[in-house]
Design a protein around this ligand. Sequence first.
Ligand code: NAD
Length: 368
Amino acid sequence: MATTPELKETKQANNTIFKEMGLTNHEQVVFCNDNETGLKAIIAIHNTVLGPALGGTRVWAYNSEAEALNDVLRLSRGMTYKAAISGLNLGGGKAVIIGDSSKIKSEPLMRRFGKFVNSLGGKYITAEDVGIGPKDMEYVKMETDYVTGIPESMGGTGDPSVVTAFGVYMGMKASAKFVYGSDALAGKKVLVQGVGHVGTYLVKHLVKEGAHVTIFDINQANLNACAQETGAVIFKGDDIFKSDMDIYAPCALGATVNSNSIEKLNCAIISGAANNQLEDENIHGKMLMEKGIVWAPDFLINAGGLMNVYSELQGFSKEAAMKNAEKIYDLTAALLHTAREENVPTIDAAKKIAEKRIEAIGKINRTL
Ligand code: NAD
């Protein structure tokens, strides 16, 4: 089975679990086992200073338990940054269920998992992620209220992709303003890689504004549907990274921004929805800066989906979530200026802003 796209940091095989937790500064990791249903899950709670740890549950056939642990630690830490930089009162968490999602899922397994989530008393709130569908969440919800991002038919706010795409659009406009002095995207050549849920909504915004949008996807049906719906042009060629573009919008998988692609890319801005776009945060953030490519941090501009579920938790509407996602424009603008002033990669500036907020709010939470 393939490694998940986000799983790029290979850790030492002989690291202990506490050593791994120490490296990422995790609060709590819960291992869930149930022989009856075959459930093997890990819930990672990275940080709860700002609020309950929120993050989806992923079902994936990992090659090893170490790989599953690595993935859940990495993803939960990412959620902490996303919530903190977006000004949400949420912490970071994530869960993984080990196994092939087309084979292992059942009502008892999902409900048993729901019981484990419930046992944490709200410290961790779950949602959908890769390998999980609305029906699975319905089972989880039978056992716990600590679930969000549920379908509209169940009283939730439904598909978060529309809010995510709007936030990415806002982040892209702010990046354009930073680079070109105007946030108008009309006439700009944008390549969108991955036209699934978020990608297609994003293309709609871009085409509406008059950008020249080229799309690429490994799924021909999605590609055709998006082209037909939006009028965007389908990429023709052997290498998208070598194509003529002003803005590259990764909206498929993580780790597409790496040494190989950066060398070929000839764009001014990278701004997309995919999580963990940089294959290696330490190496590739710096490489982009040196090449003069402005990278809008993924965990900032794709936070619309998280804002959507946050709205659901607070009992607010989808409109409120969209209004919140509009703020991604100002947040991105401020971040890009800070990174320039401090002469640091945008990833470093973004992490610093998130960490500062956690530290400051942590201080107000001390007992009186
Ligand atoms: P999706 O599964 O609906 O769409 C992903 C698309 O990418 C699919 O059409 C798939 O065929 C395509 N794809 C996969 N590998 C590809 C490749 N190598 N080259 C080109 N296309 C490829 O997913 P989505 O919900 O649209 O999410 C897109 C990305 O945004 C993911 O990385 C996801 O983690 C991230 N994200 C999504 C949300 C959300 O609200 N859905 C929120 C935050 C982040």
